[in-house]
Design a protein around this ligand. Structure first.
Ligand SMILES: Cc1cc2[nH]c(=O)nc(N)n2n1
Length: 270
């Protein structure tokens, strides 16, 4: 596996010879941030050796490297999900490539359903911690010590320091943020009302189908992580209405501008 990651990283280095210090993983409908990257080098995932190809509507499927708020960044415009049928090591492959490119800090964003009824669609939730309810783990299998230890510590998976900075920035930009625990299911089904009640009992504030695998791999290789969920809908059973991907994309449309200015300012001050 290490050889494949090196191959992908050296292919990218040939096209972008600077060292990106910040990695960005942009969730459903939040890929617009990548369009703000200056002097952008855009590489479709299909051109990068060993990279999987994204299949979800609303995900572009390219790596974008360049400058954002004066920092060298690498952004995933479109991500890979376990529910698409990729093995976890492919879902998280881009995070290890980012590590080899030199990334030390990462902002992971996602769209999520609110379990905590005080969170409403359009809210931005700073992730304080996650619950891995995917039923698996990207680190299962032989450990590659070149990335990290066999049993990684996850006591501060989401950087307190980055979160404090994000909170400061949010208040200066008059953006109201929440804080909470992200509970990751495998998907692709949205949760049943019973699963949402379980998520609540377990201490989840928002649910989604991504982020957990990428953050586990990021933490394994010592990358500092800030996680931001865009609350796109009330989770199943809270309002008596069905859920849809359209609703998710629609809500991200609404929060786009505040989300963009928020993350750009965070990148500037990281
Ligand atoms: C992207 C996304 C949005 C939601 N909403 C929800 O209630 N449950 C999910 N799993 N997801 N995932």
């Amino acid at each position: 596996m290490y050889g494949k990651i090196e191959k992908a990283a050296s292919f990218i280095k040939e096209k972008f010879n600077a060292t990106p210090e910040i990695g960005l993983i942009l969730g459903s409908g939040l890929g617009v941030l990548a369009d703000e990257i200056e002097n952008a080098v855009k590489i479709p995932y299909s051109e990068i050796p060993e990279f999987p190809v994204s299949t979800v509507e609303g995900h572009a499927g390219q790596l974008v490297l360049g400058e954002l708020s004066g920092k060298k960044v690498v952004a995933m415009q479109g991500r890979f999900h376990y529910y698409e049928g990729y093995p976890m090591e492919l879902v998280t492959f881009p995070v290890r490539v980012m590590k080899l490119l030199g990334v030390e800090k990462m902002i992971v964003t996602n769209a999520a359903g609110s379990v905590n009824e005080s969170f409403v669609p359009g809210d931005l939730m700073l992730i304080t911690d996650h619950i891995n309810y995917t039923g698996t783990n990207p680190l299962i299998g032989p450990n590659d010590e070149r990335f990290g230890p066999r049993f990684p510590d996850m006591s501060e998976a989401y950087s307190k320091q980055l979160r404090a900075k994000a909170k400061e920035i949010a208040s200066s930009l008059k953006i109201d943020t929440k804080e909470g625990v992200y509970l990751g299911f495998s998907g692709p089904t949205y949760e049943t009302p019973a699963e949402i009640r379980l998520a609540r009992v377990m201490g989840g504030d928002a649910v989604g189908m991504s982020t957990v695998p990428e953050v586990i791999i990021a933490r394994h290789s010592g990358i500092e992580v800030l996680g931001i969920s865009c609350i796109t809908n009330m989770a199943a059973g809270i309002l008596d209405q069905p859920l849809s991907h359209e609703e998710v994309i629609e809500t991200t449309e609404k929060v786009k501008s505040s989300f963009l200015s928020f993350v750009k300012e965070i990148v500037k001050q990281m």
